[in-house]
Design a protein around this ligand. Structure first.
Ligand SMILES: [Zn+2]
Ligand SMILES: [Zn+2]
Length: 110
């Protein structure tokens, strides 16, 4: 399960900022990270580039890109993750049931 989370969560944002953001208290950590170009907090998420950016970036190099608040993006990612996890559990449950069923059949045939 741990490796599943890692492979699915890591590619979503550039650099270590996103990793810290996911693993520890989001607000405290993300506000400490500043945009290298503007020295502004990375509080916005560019969906076009799949990375965290500052408010100033929006007006410059990310002009016209798909922009959401970082908080919004985080909530949606968590929702998505919730769906993925419950889907995995469902499938796991199904295969467990199948295994049980096969075992039952084998014992009843024997
Ligand atoms: Zn910036
Ligand atoms: Zn962008």
């Amino acid at each position: 399960m741990a490796s599943f989370f890692q492979t699915h969560l890591q590619p979503h944002c550039e650099g270590a900022a996103w990793k810290d953001y996911q693993l520890t208290d989001p607000d405290r950590n993300i506000k400490e990270k500043l945009c290298a170009q503007h020295q502004k907090s990375l509080e916005i998420y560019c969906r076009t580039d799949d990375m965290c950016i500052s408010a100033k970036c929006v007006a410059t190099e990310h002009n016209g890109h798909k922009i959401v608040e970082l908080e919004t993006e985080r909530e949606e990612k968590q929702k998505q993750l919730g769906t993925i996890v419950s889907d995995i559990y469902k499938r796991l449950e199904k295969s467990l049931l199948k295994m049980k069923y096969r075992k039952m059949r084998r014992t009843s045939l024997a």
